[in-house]
Design a binder for this molecule. Structure first.
Ligand code: SF4
Ligand code: SF4
Length: 61
């Protein structure tokens, strides 16, 4: 499960472009991640220039 640190995110939209599943949406000044569509490729985590996307371990429990 990917989550956005809203204090860090600059809403540049870079992560939206690299998501192969179309799971990330930039809604005005808000990033939304659809956890159901996410295939956990971690592209977005790697591409975010400021490390605002974080992988939470909840799904592994
Ligand atoms: S790449 Fe990072 S800073 Fe840019 S919109 Fe995505 S989460 Fe925010
Ligand atoms: S981990 Fe991959 S599929 Fe999931 S939101 Fe990020 S880019 Fe999209």
């Amino acid at each position: 499960m990917i989550s956005v640190n809203r204090y860090k995110c600059g809403y540049c939209g870079t992560c939206v472009a690299v998501c192969p599943a179309g799971a990330i949406e930039l809604v005005e000044a808000w990033i939304e991640i659809d956890g159901e569509s996410c295939v956990e490729c971690n592209n977005c985590v790697k591409i975010c220039p400021i490390g605002a996307l974080e992988v939470s371990d909840e799904s592994k429990k």
